[in-house]
Design a protein around this ligand. Structure first.
Ligand code: ZN
Length: 419
């Protein structure tokens, strides 16, 4: 087993992927001799201070509740520099979490400060004669690839928090598998997932997460895998999406769940399992969720009804292609433009969870109908979108193979790799 793992790692390194163990990986630590660890620590530069020929560079993050003068004091700026700078309008673009870099000359005088502004601009305020002047330029990001694994104990977010996976990535994972897994009902303790994703860094500091490149989800004993693929079609159009390693499209004609997946709505289903009554009597699924949770169209559709109707309260009926229709009841309100005859796309917000009509608490009552008959959507094989075109399969396989190799390396393990 050990040998196989080492072999796979060597293979990855040879295929051009520079892999290095993250210092936080417990498995990696145990494999490094103690002396090597101590050495690695000894050569770490003092955090935030990097020697520079012309002086030094300091970095500080603007924190929640922070003031500009407090930030400048931590950076060690001289009183008059701090006063001159703090009046500048550009500093209003600082947000909690923004990293501000100050370059200080050999004589201790401030030369410039810079930080990331909104819309990925780099704001630079530099000494100009007796004062300062500002410029804005396009920020240059370095893309890194992070790989993380976690096991579900209470909720997807608890598991992603435990592994240091950002919310945006956890939500992307839920969306990628939204045609196969209902993240509100289907998650079980012991389910596990692995995700490979891009992170964007500026000056070595992580700025935000990018796209999920590949993911694996083991749910109730079934393994689902996805790889991102972007290709060029025969007519020159670019295509992109998530596919299973065999080229099948992960996008289905219907989402498994009509509820958006968020930190607020997740966990609700784990704590309080949705009520699944007798199909003949109830004909739907009830999702317990906080009022205001977004309800989304499970598939492309035309709105057949949006309004009030007896025990359903505020209700929406969507007519999909073929014989399919879906119904969403007890809503607190409707999405923008959702009225009879309107067209909606899969994933569009059509309304919000509430407790109008005959409802004892906030929940969504959801029905799935085929030719007018209420059916259990869990028991139906749903049609999928088109697979990778045959002529693109070699290109797809070339992109998918190294990602799948990495998923296999990580699945179930706790090794975190960063490149
Ligand atoms: Zn119901």
């Amino acid at each position: 087993m050990r040998i196989a793992r080492a072999g796979a790692l060597a293979g990855l390194a040879l295929s051009g992927i520079v892999a290095a163990f993250a210092t936080i990986a417990p498995l990696a630590d145990s494999e490094i001799p103690r002396s090597a660890q101590a050495e690695a620590l000894a050569i770490q530069p003092l955090e935030g201070v990097m020697p520079d020929a012309a002086g030094y560079v300091r970095e500080e993050r603007f924190q929640r509740g922070d003031t500009v003068s407090g930030l400048f004091a931590r950076l060690g700026l001289a009183e008059d520099d701090s006063r001159a700078l703090s009046r500048r309008a550009e500093l209003k673009q600082l947000r909690p979490g923004s990293a501000l870099t100050a370059t200080v000359g050999a004589g201790g005088e401030l030369q410039s400060i810079d930080f990331l502004g909104p819309r990925d601009t780099l704001v630079v305020i530099a000494r100009n004669g007796d004062g300062f002047s500002a410029t804005e330029q396009r920020a240059q990001f370095e893309t890194r690839v992070a790989m993380k694994s976690s096991v579900i104990r209470s909720s997807l977010f608890a598991a992603s928090d435990a592994a240091g996976i950002p919310d945006a990535i956890a939500i992307q994972v839920a969306e990628i598998f939204a045609g196969d897994i209902d993240f509100h009902r289907d998650l079980r303790r012991g389910d596990a997932f692995t995700v490979i994703y891009e992170t964007l860094a500026h000056n070595g500091l992580a700025v935000r997460s990018g796209r999920v490149l590949a993911a694996e989800f083991r749910n109730q004993g079934r393994t689902h895998r996805a790889v991102w693929y972007s290709g060029t079609q025969a007519d020159g159009r670019r295509s992109g999406g998530y596919y299973a390693p065999d080229g099948k499209n992960l996008r289905k004609a219907f989402l498994r769940s009509p509820l958006e997946f968020s930190r607020i709505s997740s966990g609700f289903g784990m704590r309080r399992h949705p009520i699944m009554q007798n199909w003949r009597a109830h004909r739907g699924i009830d999702y317990a969720a906080p009022s205001g949770t977004r309800v989304r169209a499970v598939g492309d559709a035309t709105v057949e009804f949006a309004g009030r109707q007896g025990g359903y309260g505020n209700v929406i009926v969507l007519r999909h292609q073929g014989q399919f229709a879906t119904l969403y009841a007890h809503l607190s309100g409707f999405g923008r433009g959702v009225r009879k005859g309107a067209r909606v796309a899969q994933g569009d917000t059509i309304g919000f969870v509430g407790q109008t009509g005959w409802a004892t608490g906030p929940h969504l009552h959801y029905e799935f109908k085929i030719a007018g008959e209420a059916r259990n959507p869990l028991a139906i094989a749903l049609p999928a979108a088109l697979p990778v075109p045959a002529e693109e399969m070699p290109a797809f396989a070339g992109q998918a193979r190294p990602l799948v190799a990495r998923l296999e390396l990580l699945a179930g393990g706790q090794v975190a790799l960063l490149e």
